[in-house]
Design a protein around this ligand. Structure first.
Ligand code: CUA
Length: 321
């Protein structure tokens, strides 16, 4: 049973070879990768070996006279045309089949459809029961469908162990699907350059044992509903992407730190100052471009929060002395 995923380690930490496959969709790309690599190695060593052998064998030396070689050899030309053609067609057919299975999105049961929202620089996953999380959850041995969009710029959803990679585009939906075969915790990356902290736009997918997926979602939802005040604000901070641009330890990131900010005077872009109080925090969330903190880029996205969540964020910021 996967409890609070913060405390868990990735099932796989990485080396220089293909990551282990953890979905049915990995079989096609992996076979093609090995086939292309094997063929390339075979021809590389074959051609290089032949060149070395012939250079040595026919090198210029006393007592040997150069002879003209025939200009044309039909059998040879047909061989080196037909064999590579057959190889290319085989690779194409396997690639095409693998591509089709990748882009043919199945319609799974409603519980296995997740809405994905990307923004600079975090991921938000929304589940059938209303839970929102910055980690993706999925049950093992069932198809999962992702309906994805972006709040700002182009991002790309990438799970190496699934061999799934799909652009996430503002103002439209794109889709991805996978069928996980091994429970565990795996990495998700953004794989489309999307600005300063693109390389930090990563999260995890938790593949649950059968039955644990639904249990985790309903427990997490119940837990979140009980939260209020500063603990709810702390939850919003990590789960709704605030952590992508704000710190709680005093370090400025893309946005100002939350630590010690409550009650401070802030210089505004375009002149004037404002005191960080409840009203300023609320208006910064509801209208991020309204009163811009001088010296920070106007990059805060509009993040829909409930009143209760906004009050939680205010209480959380107040608590960060
Ligand atoms: Cu989002 Cu790169």
């Amino acid at each position: 049973m996967v409890g609070d995923i913060k405390d868990h380690h990735y099932t796989y930490s990485g080396d220089y070879w293909l990551p282990p496959a953890a979905s049915t969709g990995a079989d096609g790309p992996d076979m093609l990768f090995r086939a292309v690599l094997g063929l390339s190695a075979f021809f590389f060593f074959g051609v290089t070996g032949a060149i070395i052998y012939l250079v040595v064998k026919y090198r210029h030396r006393p007592g040997h006279k150069a002879e003209p070689s025939p200009a044309h050899n039909d059998a040879l030309e047909i061989t080196w045309t037909v064999i590579p053609t057959i190889i290319c067609v085989i690779l194409f057919v396997y690639g095409w089949r693998s591509y089709l299975s990748n882009v043919t999105i199945p319609e799974p049961r409603a519980e296995n459809v997740v809405y994905v929202e990307a923004q600079k620089w975090s991921w938000n996953f929304r589940y059938y029961n209303g839970l929102e999380d910055n980690a993706l959850h999925a049950p093992v041995n069932q198809p999962m469908k992702l309906v994805m969009t972006s709040k700002d710029v182009l991002h790309s959803f990438f799970v190496p162990v699934f061999r799934v990679k799909q652009d996430v585009v503002p103002r439209r939906y794109s889709y991805a699907w996978f069928y996980p075969t091994k429970p565990g915790i795996y990495r998700i990356y953004c794989t489309e350059y999307c600005g300063t902290d693109h390389s930090q736009m990563k999260t995890k997918i938790v593949v649950h044992e059968t039955g644990d997926y639904e249990r985790y979602l309903s427990e997490a939802y119940a837990k979140k509903r009980q939260l209020s005040g500063a603990p709810l604000g702390a939850n919003v901070f990590t789960k709704k992407g605030c952590v992508g641009c704000h710190s709680i330890d005093g370090t400025p990131k893309i946005g100002p730190t939350w630590k010690g900010s409550y009650g401070a005077d802030v210089s505004l872009e375009g002149g004037g100052t404002v005191k960080v109080d409840e009203a300023y925090i609320r208006s910064s969330i509801l209208n991020p471009q309204g009163q811009l903190h001088k010296g920070y880029p106007p990059s805060m996205p509009l993040t829909p929060l409930s009143d209760k969540e906004i009050e939680g964020v205010i209480a959380y910021i107040q608590s960060l002395k």
